[in-house]
Ligand binder design. Sequence first.
Ligand code: AVI
Length: 332
Amino acid sequence: MSASHPLPSGVRLPPGVRLLDLHPPRSDFRADVLKGLRRAEKSISPKYFYDAAGSALFDAITELPEYYPTRTELAIMDAHLDKMAELAGPGVSVIEFGAGSGLKTRQLLAGLEDPIAYVPVDISRQFLLGSAEAIAEAFPALEVLPVCADFTRPFQRPQPDRMPLRNLVYFPGSTIGNFTRDEALSLLQVMHTEAAAGGALLIGVDLRKDRRTLERAYNDAAGVTAEFNLNLLERMNRELGADFDPSRFEHRATWNDAASRIEMRLVSRADQRVRVAGEAIDFAAGEAILTEYSHKYELDQFAGLAAGAGFTVAQVWTDPDRLFSVQFLTRD
Ligand code: AVI
């Protein structure tokens, strides 16, 4: 893989931002959707929620009274940033899995002592560059080195001009919960590689709690999560020429206690045939498309998972109600 590629005309990077474009294969929405809808148990990956409309709906979810994770994580960061910065130490390179121009990233970068570089890694080039630009503007002394890559696989790390003392991998939002246990383990292994010797991981992990709180968080009264889920049908209509009638599907989010996860589905309200990319897909009344898992962890369970990837939990911060955790993990 080569490190430098010309940018398309019209794309100009702001000073201090150097893009490493590793040309991740474009995920094939059409092929993945058809594969998922042909299965006996129909499913579509949650990564397809996030087109422009889905990303805006997710932003709206984070503001909902029932959706506690975002505001709780922010409050934990706010309350314990000094200690996090002390554990991270001075002169770190922050490698964020996913591109974050949001509050949490800014909060962290502002709290660290003399951070050397910020390396956001995201498959969406457009999102990545937007985020890199916003961070570069807010932190002019920071080297901003965005990497366009699929972060679920090891990638080439750009070298900052100034030598960092340590890498700090950052993975907020409990996005780890959207991966199955096996996928989460292999993602933690990639983070272990990217943290490199002496590095650390700062990660947001949502915690197991009562069914009522969890089901309310994913079935909000205003129906925004339902819209977010149903947008997947609209996206298939827009991009794959499908003819879903969203009013003939229902959003469902239920807590699976044995698997310790919220499971989101789109349930067909009737027997119906839908055309997707020219192919007929039949639904029986009550048949569902699985669209997302959101795993919630006990602290010791997560520590066990992280240990499997070579990490040791050094410190855990939670809110007073123990809804959410932010964890600092070290590696040798
Ligand atoms: C992005 N991710 C951590 C969210 C979650 O809570 O699992 C996505 C989400 N799905 C429904 N509401 C929010």
